[in-house]
Design a binder for this molecule. Structure first.
Ligand code: PHE
Ligand code: NA
Length: 455
């Protein structure tokens, strides 16, 4: 079988691209607010354990599948299944990935649109000298009407479609080269600033002192789901990137490295945000608006705040953009392979579809009356919450469960051993995580949540 893809020119480009996909809104926007809503420390601890024992091994499994077959995600799964004497029905993971990627992107672009708006606010000095109430007002007015939101998010959709349609990701991934250090630098400045002016000790206690009475089973599921979301797992993306993995690159080491970078950015975002939150008496559980309602207060008070504020949100936009490119790629690749479209046609169609889907999120942020769904029991959520919940907390963990069972039970040991190419000890550890720890814990959390179990 001929090779479908080229390779990354080197290991470094691969790491940049995979880190670009991983580090995004999940780290800077989502992690702080879900941590705030789920009580802090205990949530963080469960999240870290999920990353280490489930996320990282699943990432290795996905990269392994891609590296072995060197094909697009669902074809890679089929090839590996066949070569190992299994049914090609395992390709469901591929479909799940396409659907999850599409749905995630439909709300992701709206949040990225907020960041575009805030880049403009930052540089134009809108944060300067504003107090917490005024900053809250700024956020509320951004969400008062759907049209500006559609414009801001349309900007992201358009940019993503153009880049993916033209197939110029490689150039963009090189840009990540410059963006990552700047993002780290700005986050470091914010953490230092927050440490000096905000309630830093309280924030550290909040994030690192686990109080399990504050963590519900739903919170555990959210931590688990987020470990998949933040590492871009179960969406076909790491299989795709694995297909480009250069020969001789350690899949095990690079996966650990990517997960560490991702986790570092998330923790730094928390350390930048919560001191400001506590110092200004904002609620930790403020929800999706948390970062937009807290950080601008700090930017508004610090020297050169407009420059730092504008640049910070610009970095958030770039981080979101490199993740959006990865997210749209699964739909585009599917349209090209299964529907025979040209790349630019597929990118246009996917972009249009995502922009239309994003209307659900936009209207649920601006016109709450008709968008509040009443699901079973007392669980009420807007379309936006529903999309976020269903993708991150149901589709991704389910996909992760299937990938774990596939790669550690169904795939022949010789093949996985050879493709992972690591020491015997690490191989065994990987196998134990995916054979037992991941499937058992994912199932337990699900069963407990739907009330079959009652732990
Ligand atoms: N990992 C990205 C983030 O943290 C989101 C993402 C999810 C990207 C799934 C690709 C696939 O923001
Ligand atoms: Na992430």
């Amino acid at each position: 079988m001929s090779e479908y893809h080229g390779r990354w020119s080197n290991r470094f480009t691969y790491i940049l691209a995979a880190t670009g996909a991983a580090v995004g809104l999940g780290n800077i926007w989502k992690f702080p607010y879900i941590m705030g809503e789920n009580g802090g420390g205990a949530f963080v601890l469960v999240y870290l354990v999920c990353i280490a024992l489930i996320g990282v091994p699943v990432m290795m499994a996905e990269v392994m599948i891609g590296k072995y077959a060197r094909l697009a995600p669902s074809r890679s799964v089929v090839k590996l299944a066949r070569d190992t004497g299994r049914s090609s029905a395992w390709r469901v993971t591929g479909w799940g990935g396409v659907i999850a990627g599409f749905l995630i992107l439909s709300f992701y672009v709206v949040i990225a649109g907020w960041a575009v708006a805030y880049t403009w606010y930052g540089f134009s000095g809108s944060f300067t000298g504003r107090d917490a109430a005024e900053i809250g007002q700024l956020f509320a007015s951004l969400n008062a009407s759907p049209y500006p939101l559609l414009g801001w998010s349309g900007f992201i959709v358009l940019g993503t479609s153009i880049v993916v349609g033209k197939g110029v990701q490689k150039g963009l991934e090189k840009a990540v080269n410059y963006m990552m250090p700047v993002l780290f630098l700005l986050l470091t400045i914010m953490v230092i600033y927050a440490a000096n002016t905000g309630e830093f000790a309280e924030a550290v206690r909040f994030m690192f002192e686990p109080d399990f009475s504050k963590l519900s089973w739903n919170g555990v599921l959210i931590a688990l789901g987020h470990s998949f979301f933040t590492l871009s797992l179960a969406s076909g993306i790491m299989i795709m990137y694995g297909a480009y993995l250069p020969e001789g690159t350690s899949l095990v080491k690079t996966s650990v490295y990517i997960a560490m970078m991702d986790t570092l950015v998330a923790l730094m975002a928390g350390l930048a945000i919560f001191p400001v939150v506590f110092a200004n008496g904002l609620p930790a559980g403020a929800g999706p608006g948390l970062i937009f309602q807290s950080l601008p207060i700090a930017f508004g008070q610090m020297p050169l705040g407009s420059l730092f504020g504008g640049s910070f949100f610009l970095m958030v936009v770039v981080a979101a953009f490199t993740s959006s490119i990865a997210l749209i790629e699964s739909s585009v690749a599917w349209l090209v392979e299964h529907r025979g479209l040209q790349r630019w046609q597929a990118a246009t169609l996917a972009g249009l579809g995502i922009w239309l889907m994003s209307l659900l999120t936009v209207f649920s942020l601006t016109g709450a009356e008709w968008t509040i769904l009443s699901l079973w029991g007392d669980l009420r959520m807007s379309f936006f919450d529903l999309l976020d919940y269903v993708t991150a907390n149901i589709l991704l963990p389910l996909g992760g469960l299937i990938i774990s069972v596939f790669s550690a039970w169904a795939v022949k040991e010789e093949i996985s051993r050879e493709t992972l190419a690591t020491t015997d000890g690490l191989y065994r550890l990987w196998q134990v995580c995916l054979r037992y720890i991941a499937p058992v814990s994912i199932s337990l959390v699900f069963l407990n949540l739907i009330g079959v179990l009652n732990l």
